[in-house]
Design a protein around this ligand. Structure first.
Ligand SMILES: Cc1cc2nc3c(=O)[nH]c(=O)nc-3n(C[C@H](O)[C@H](O)[C@H](O)COP(=O)(O)O)c2cc1C
Length: 234
């Protein structure tokens, strides 16, 4: 039991470049996909397809897609930033501002897209592109809310399995929206009707990852007992 909790607590994002010369083995990939395969999904609909991309040329092509940063991202991202470790420890949610380029985290300064991201993701030997069919939905689920939650369950299974194998992992949301998504779909010949749910970079950090402060709310902050008014479970 403790092993599962430890794995869950230690699962983390690695945002630095991965060694492109150190591939993820076929056997490890099989295990990661096996973990995804057994994810719970609403109505057991298994509403995903996964493209494993490990061809350096294709990775390069996807990695060179221009991915402009939107004003909305900058504004909403800003609301979740802290500007010191102390502030983050106190807030217990969000991220450290220093993860982002200066112009993306300074109010009143026009964000310079190129400052932070000349590529939509840092180098890696393997990219998972997870697809779903937005025309389908979990039965009677408004906006396919249940189907989308199911994709999240699958994401977590992939991530936990990867980390348990010592493989670094990062979700790349920049590839699943607007013109960037369109371009990824073109490169990978994804049928028109499918959407990219999320992409994940897999590999081994090229060097020692910097120490990053990871915070969470305490159980008492989000739990309630026998009614919303009673915070915590005693
Ligand atoms: C749906 C979803 C989208 C995410 N998108 C990104 C992303 O585009 N880039 C990134 O570096 N991390 C992304 N993350 C990772 C979160 O930022 C990260 O899980 C969170 O900050 C907690 O840090 P940890 O993973 O180290 O525990 C995403 C996570 C989820 C669940």
């Amino acid at each position: 039991m403790q092993d599962i909790l430890k794995l869950i607590q230690e699962r983390h994002s690695v945002r630095m470049p991965f060694d492109p010369e150190r591939p993820v083995s076929h056997q490890d990939l099989q295990q990661i996909l096996e973990a995804g395969r057994w994810a719970p999904t609403a109505h057991n609909m298994q509403n995903f397809d996964i493209i494993v991309v490990d061809d350096a040329k294709i990775l390069d092509e996807i990695g060179n897609i221009k991915s402009p940063i939107s004003e909305v991202f900058i504004q909403e991202n800003y609301q979740l930033l802290s500007f010191s470790e102390e502030e983050l420890l106190q807030k217990k949610v969000g991220l450290l501002g220093t993860m982002f380029p200066l112009s993306w985290r300074t109010p009143g300064v026009k964000p310079v897209a190129e400052e932070g991201r000349s590529r939509p993701f840092p180098p890696c030997p393997t990219l998972l592109v997870v697809l779903y069919d937005p025309r389908k939905r979990a039965p009677a689920s408004e906006g396919d809310f249940l189907g989308i939650i199911s994709l999240g369950c699958m994401m977590e299974n992939l991530w936990l399995m990867a980390n348990s194998l010592g493989i670094d992992f990062q979700i790349i949301s920049a590839l699943s929206n607007g013109p960037v998504e369109k371009e990824v779909k073109r490169i990978l010949a994804v049928p028109e009707h499918l959407k990219i749910a999320f992409c994940a970079r897999l590999g081994y950090a090229a060097g020692t990852p910097p120490r990053t402060l990871r915070v969470r709310r305490d159980i008492e902050d989000f739990s309630h007992h026998n009614g919303f008014a009673n915070k915590g479970i005693g």
